[in-house]
Design a protein around this ligand. Structure first.
Ligand code: HEC
Length: 137
């Protein structure tokens, strides 16, 4: 040991101690979060479904809302475009993704043809199903 050691120790203490006291001044640490109960298969399916509906809603907001009402009570901005919540009165939502793929949704010149690759059809259909206000006839 050379005779600089005590000075170095002092320096070290001077650096470390204030840091320690700052920590102890601060609020007590948050209690540990309770352990999450393991998800059941059903929980996982529900959250995947929510996630899919959320993706579809985002598509509807960006790609459909310019013409179609997409919510529970709004009016369609385009007079000829049916509210999406009423689609299952006129079309079969279970085959809609295939019709998107084939581009056979509507002959109306204003209704764009959507290519399957360009949109998340599974998400969109999940969203459409989630907003229907009537049951298929
Ligand atoms: C530029 C305006 C416009 C946009 C954007 C648009 N649509 Fe349409 N859509 C229409 C019009 C107009 C019709 C025609 C209704 C008719 O044929 O009488 C229509 C018809 C439809 C139909 C057929 C309804 C039926 O009863 O046959 C579906 C399904 C549909 N749209 C879904 C969508 C979805 C989903 C989106 C978003 C991904 C979308 N549309 C975006 C204007 C639009």
């Amino acid at each position: 040991m050379n005779n600089q050691a005590p000075a170095l120790l002092f320096l070290l203490a001077a650096l470390v101690l204030p840091a320690c006291s700052r920590v102890s001044d601060s609020a007590p640490p948050e209690p540990a979060a309770p352990l999450e109960t393991p998800q059941t298969a059903e929980d996982i399916i529900i959250s995947e479904q929510d996630e899919r509906v959320g993706r579809g809603q985002a598509i509807a907001e960006t790609a459909c809302a310019g013409c179609h009402a997409i919510g529970a009570a709004d009016e369609s901005p385009h007079p000829d475009a049916p509210a999406l919540r009423l689609l299952n009165r006129t079309i079969d939502l279970d085959t809609l993704d295939a019709r998107f793929a084939a581009g056979t949704i509507s002959d109306h010149p204003d209704m764009p043809d959507w290519q399957f690759e360009q949109i998340d059809a599974a998400g969109l259909v999940a969203y459409l199903k989630s907003v229907q206000t009537s049951t298929p006839e």
